[in-house]
Design a protein around this ligand. Structure first.
Ligand code: PGU
Length: 410
C-alpha cells in the first residue's frame, strides 16, 4: 500500500508565494478592474540586453545544424561555463577549479536539494527570518518535528532582529548544517567579513557545513562587503555556495544557477573530495543538466559586455529600491535593507500582524508585498517590499502608498 511522505503534513502552510498569489487573486475577483501593484515576489521585469539575447540565439542556432547540434550535456554543466564561473571568482581573489562548480537550473532547486547529501540526523540552523526553502526542504526530508506555535521542533533558529542589525552570531550549541543568505532575503542585511569569519571559525571547530546562498551578491554596492563566503579564509574547508543568474542577469524565467562544492571541504567521516563527489553523484543521478541554449546565454551574461548590460539592470532595480525607501522614510515608516540588496524590510505599524498589514496594503493601496512572518517567526511585525519591478509600477505603488495608506498619526 502506497503511503504519502507524512512530513509534508508538518509544513505549516502552503508555500509562501503561491499563497500570496492566491490571496491577490481572491482580492481581484472581489474588486474587478482594480490595478494591483506587485512588490511581492522578487521577480525580474526588465528585458535582457542584446549580448545575452545573442548568446541565447546562438544556442538556438547551434541546434539547427548537425555539426553543432548537442543533446544531453554534462550534468555538471558545459566546461566553458564552469570555467567562466570559476574565472569570475578569481576576480575576487578566490581560486576555484572548474570541477568545483556545478551548473544547475537555479538556486532554488540547489538550496532545496543540497540537504539530501547530509546525514538524516543533522541538526539544522537557519537564520530567522529566512528564504522559506531552507526550512521547508528539511521539514520534507524529516529533519524536524512538528510545527508548534510557529517554530519547528528540532530546528535551531538564529534570530535576526533590529538589535543585531539582522545578522546573527554563530550558534551557542553544536549544529551540523548552517544556512546563511547574504545579501539577505528578506531583510536586505549583508554580512561583514568579520561576521562571516565568526561562522567559518565555528564551522571548522564543529565540523559543520555552511550553506551560503549568495543569489543577490551582485546587488552589493559597498566594496568592503564580501560577495562570496570564499573570500573568508578557511571557508573552502567548511562551506558550499549557491548562486544564480536569476537576479543578476534577469534569468528568473530562463533558469540557470550554480553551486560551488570545494574539494577541500571536510566533515565528520568524510575526507577531502567526498562531499564534492557526493554532490556530483546526486546531480548525475537526479538532474540532466541545465538547458544547452540557456548555458550559452549564461556564458554571454558573464562576458565583459554581458556583465555591463547586467549592471545597468541591477542599477535600475536599485534605483527602485531607493524610491521605495524614500517613500517609507517620508511616511516615517522604519525600514531596513534596500541599499546593498533589492529588498526593503519595513516595520509594520504597531498593533498589526504582518498578514494584517498585507490585507491593509492591498485594500487601501492596491499594493502587494510579502508578510515578514512568512519567512519565519522573527519576521512577524515586518513586511518585505521587492524592488524588482518596472519603474512605472514602482512609482504608482509609491504614489498610492503616499495617498492612500492610513497610518495612525493621520
Ligand atoms: N535564493 C534566494 C535567497 C532567493 O531569494 C531566491 C528567489 C532564490 C534562491 C531562487 O533562485 P533561482 O535561481 O531563481 O531558483 N526568491 C524570490 C522568489 C521566490 C521563490 O520561491 O524562489 C523571492 O521573492 O523571495
Amino acid at each position: 500500500m502506497a503511503r504519502i511522505n507524512e512530513n509534508y503534513d508538518k509544513l505549516a502552510a502552503g508555500y509562501l508565494f503561491p499563497e500570496i498569489a492566491k490571496r491577490t487573486k481572491a482580492f481581484l475577483e472581489k474588486n474587478p478592474g482594480v490595478e494591483v501593484l506587485r512588490l511581492g515576489i522578487g521577480n525580474t521585469t526588465e528585458p535582457l540586453g542584446p549580448v545575452v539575447i545573442d548568446g541565447l540565439k546562438k544556442g538556438v542556432e547551434k541546434l539547427s545544424k548537425v555539426e553543432t547540434y548537442t543533446g544531453y550535456g554534462d550534468e555538471q554543466g558545459n566546461a566553458p561555463l564552469r570555467e567562466a564561473i570559476a574565472k569570475m571568482y578569481e576576480k575576487r581573489g578566490v581560486v576555484l577549479a572548474a570541477d568545483e562548480v556545478f551548473v544547475s537550473d537555479g538556486a532554488k532547486p540547489d538550496s532545496a536539494n543540497i540537504q539530501s547529501i547530509f546525514s538524516h540526523d543533522s541538526i539544522i540552523a537557519v537564520q530567522d527570518p529566512a528564504y522559506p526553502v531552507y526550512v521547508d526542504s528539511n521539514v520534507i526530508a524529516g529533519r524536524t518535528g512538528k510545527n508548534e506555535s510557529g517554530t519547528y521542533n528540532g530546528l535551531v533558529y538564529m534570530e535576526c532582529n533590529e538589535e543585531n542589525s539582522f545578522f546573527p552570531k554563530a550558534p551557542d550549541q553544536k549544529v551540523d548544517l548552517i544556512y546563511l543568505c547574504s545579501p539577505n532575503n528578506p531583510t536586505g542585511a549583508v554580512a561583514t567579513k568579520e561576521q562571516l569569519k565568526e561562522f567559518v571559525d565555528y564551522a571548522i571547530a564543529n565540523k559543520a557545513v555552511i550553506i551560503f546562498d549568495s543569489a543577490y551578491s551582485e546587488f552589493i554596492a559597498d566594496d568592503s562587503l564580501p560577495r562570496s563566503i570564499f573570500e573568508i579564509e578557511g571557508a573552502k574547508k567548511c562551506a558550499i555556495e549557491i548562486n544564480s543568474f536569476s537576479k543578476s542577469a534577469g534569468f528568473t524565467g530562463v533558469r540557470l544557477g550554480w553551486s560551488i562544492v570545494p574539494k577541500q571541504l571536510v566533515i565528520e567521516g568524510a575526507l577531502e573530495g567526498k562531499v564534492n563527489a557526493l554532490w556530483n553523484r546526486r546531480q548525475t543521478t537526479m538532474f540532466n543538466g541545465a538547458s544547452n541554449i540557456v548555458q550559452d546565454g549564461g556564458l554571454a551574461a558573464l562576458s565583459e559586455q554581458g556583465l555591463k548590460e547586467n549592471r545597468q539592470v541591477i542599477d535600475y532595480y536599485m534605483e527602485n529600491a531607493r524610491i521605495i525607501k524614500d517613500c517609507l522614510d517620508n511616511l516615517k515608516i522604519k525600514n531596513y535593507g534596500g541599499v546593498n540588496a533589492p529588498y526593503i524590510w519595513m516595520k509594520v505599524p504597531t498593533g498589526l500582524s504582518s498578514w494584517d498589514f498585507f490585507n491593509k496594503l492591498l485594500e487601501e493601496c492596491h499594493v502587494v508585498g510579502t508578510p515578514g512572518s512568512g519567512f519565519g517567526p522573527a519576521g512577524e511585525g515586518f513586511f518585505r517590499l521587492s524592488a524588482f519591478g518596472h519603474r512605472k509600477n514602482i512609482e504608482k505603488a509609491v504614489a498610492s502608498l503616499k495617498a492612500n495608506l492610513k497610518l495612525e498619526s493621520d
